[in-house]
Design a protein around this ligand. Structure first.
Ligand SMILES: [Zn+2]
Ligand SMILES: [Zn+2]
Length: 358
């Protein structure tokens, strides 16, 4: 397992990704580097035999047949201290020297993300927006404003599955048009019967499913959507200076959910396109899914948790790209919003064969 850290060529300090400039910054000598310069540098990689963290971890790891499954200890490349991690930790900080550490091995092979949306909002801006938000609310406990609390603000990359597909659907239905009129003492009713057929193809883009079992994924769910068109090919450098989690939910576990949602959405569109009738009964529908694309993507979130007096933990999170805020403040009992699963439609072509008079 390798531990990666990016060292400044001028002073050997740690380089971190700077959201404001989208460059890499040395916190010691303030040098800035472009992505291409970073790519050209050889990161300090420490290949090492990872020790199993503790006896209980070793036992469980052996059963799972892999040390990736459980908490593991790494050695900090800067100070040599031990860094204890969770099974899904992919980037963190050394507890002792506070230098950023990227656990490269956790994100290699099948666990290498396809894409990443880099942070666009830095910590300073996130804190400012957070204080503005809190100040606009009433009856917030004072402790919420204190500096120590604000310092706990952390930037975390959460793993998501992002799905694109195109779906072809066909629906048949029976429909009626009823007309009633009166002539003298006689009331006439005319019922016309139609067989209606609809066929269409839609492209669905950027549907998301969480790829992390840990409960804290709600922090990212609440701040959807992201501008996925700005996602970049994954690069370890973006993680430097942030926390990151790796996926532990595989593509196979989310594919049914994606396909069902896509079909439900297509069904709704086709059904809504049959209008202008007195009544409609769906008879038959069929769908086929094509051009499926799954991208394992890391999404940026600024997050803070606050331990309430009643033993409850309050969450607050901010989209690290757009600044959208979601949260539950100690006196504000708003639920964490659930994500809108379908964030965009690119193409919508509906071929209407029309109502055929029987
Ligand atoms: Zn430097
Ligand atoms: Zn260290």
């Amino acid at each position: 397992m390798s531990v990666i850290s990016y060292k400044c060529p001028n002073c050997d300090g740690e380089l971190i990704f700077d959201p404001k400039t989208q460059k890499y910054k040395c916190e010691y000598c303030f040098s800035m580097f472009e992505q291409t310069e970073l790519d050209a540098m050889q990161p300090a990689t420490q290949e090492e035999q990872t020790e199993e963290a503790m006896d209980e971890f070793s036992a469980e790891s052996a059963e799972n047949g892999g040390q990736d499954e459980e908490g593991v200890i790494y050695t900090c490349p800067s100070c040599g201290a031990e860094i204890v991690t969770d099974a899904t930790t992919a980037a963190t900080f050394c507890y002792y020297c506070h230098n950023p550490v990227v656990l490269g091995g956790r994100l290699s092979g099948e666990n290498m993300p396809n894409k990443i949306i880099p942070f666009a909002i830095d910590k300073k801006e996130a804190e400012k927006k957070f204080l503005e938000y809190v100040n606009s609310k009433k009856f917030i406990p004072r402790a919420f404003f204190n500096k120590k609390q604000i310092e706990l603000f952390s930037g975390v990359y959460f793993p998501y599955w992002v799905y694109n597909t195109s779906i072809r659907g066909r629906m048949t239905a029976e429909a009626q048009k009823v007309r009633v009129w009166r002539q003298g003492d006689t009331e006439f009713t005319e019922t016309r019967f139609f067989e209606v057929e609809r066929e269409g193809k839609i492209g669905l883009k950027d549907m998301t499913e969480n790829a992390l079992k840990k409960a804290n994924h709600v922090l990212a769910d609440g701040v959807m959507p992201y501008r996925f068109e700005e996602a970049k090919p994954f690069n370890f450098g973006f993680l430097s200076g942030f926390l990151a989690e790796k996926k532990d939910i595989e593509k196979e576990e989310v594919s049914n959910t994606f396909q069902t949602e896509a079909k439900d959405y297509a069904t709704k569109l086709l059904r809504e396109s049959i209008d202008g009738y007195s009544s409609v009964q769906s008879k038959h529908s069929s769908f086929s899914v094509a051009d499926e694309d799954y991208a394992y993507t890391l999404l940026p979130v600024w997050t803070i948790t606050y331990p309430g007096k009643n033993g409850k933990t309050y969450y607050y999170s901010m989209n690290g790209q757009t600044g959208k805020i979601c949260g539950e403040l100690p006196v504000d009992y708003k639920k964490v919003g659930m994500t809108a699963l379908i964030t965009g439609i690119i193409v919508f072509v509906l071929g209407i064969l029309g109502g055929l008079l029987i």
